[in-house]
Write a protein that binds this ligand. Sequence first.
Ligand code: GDP
Length: 296
Amino acid sequence: MFESLSERLGGVFDRLRGRGALSENDVRAALREVRIALLEADVALPVVRDFVEQVTEAAIGQAVLRSITPGQQVVKIVSDALTAMLGSEAVDLQLDVTPPAVVMMVGLQGSGKTTTTAKIARRLREKGRKKVLMASLDVNRPAAQEQLAVLGVQAEVATLPIVPGQQPVDIARRALSAAKLQGFDVLMLDTAGRLHVDQALMDEMKAVASVSEPDEILLVVDSLTGQDAVNVATSFAGQVSLTGVVLTRMDGDARGGAALSMRAVTGKPIKFVGTGEKLDGLELFQPARVAGRILG
Ligand code: GDP
């Protein structure tokens, strides 16, 4: 569907072949192709601008001008810079605290928050051998609490019993004391999502964070929403101290540009990617792999 970056740059440099040394302008022309590739991968425009500016300086400063394979050289510089910007290494959850560690999940409705809560809980149980309790604080969406209970059964992870009518902050308090009393290692709080960012949601989220003092606050974002994801991330990051991001639906045809935007906007690592509807569809975020995917 998309022309890969190597193909694009190959085209630029083919036209220049036989003309001797490359000029700074030739490199700038190549970087315009990088800009198009990033925009096609759905990276937010301001992020693309900053990135291309940085990389242009680097490319001109390095040996590209004298290189006999300038196309490959530029691709390497771009992909190294992209990987570095994406965080270089996978970052797992930091839960080495006196139990129960608290993980709070935030995001818009439909982002995949509830599914991701169960996926992470399952992973902690299986890989980390942790005893996990999940609680849904979503009292707005009909059956949200029941949905988490069903996922809990599938994931073989305990869920907090539902008390009809109880409000989110009180549910958080009850979950915390249940986790302490019953010796859980990790408590996962699935907060309510809304269709749009609104202040009532933000206030509720802040109140929940202040009673539960989470060790991790993960923002769940749908990678297919591209540019919109940036607005969501900006709003959430301005209200609570996010510790990381989860990008869902990376099994779809998103090129992964949202990863770069998220990282740039929140300054926080992308910790996981969702790769399917099933509970095993979760992977640690691998920056180099996603850089490759963005560049095509
Ligand atoms: P919430 O409203 O944010 O809690 O969203 P849900 O967890 O209910 O997810 C909404 C839909 O997205 C469900 O049908 C999930 O199965 C699906 N979903 C969540 N994560 C992924 C993912 O990584 N890949 C795919 N293909 N579907 C996902």
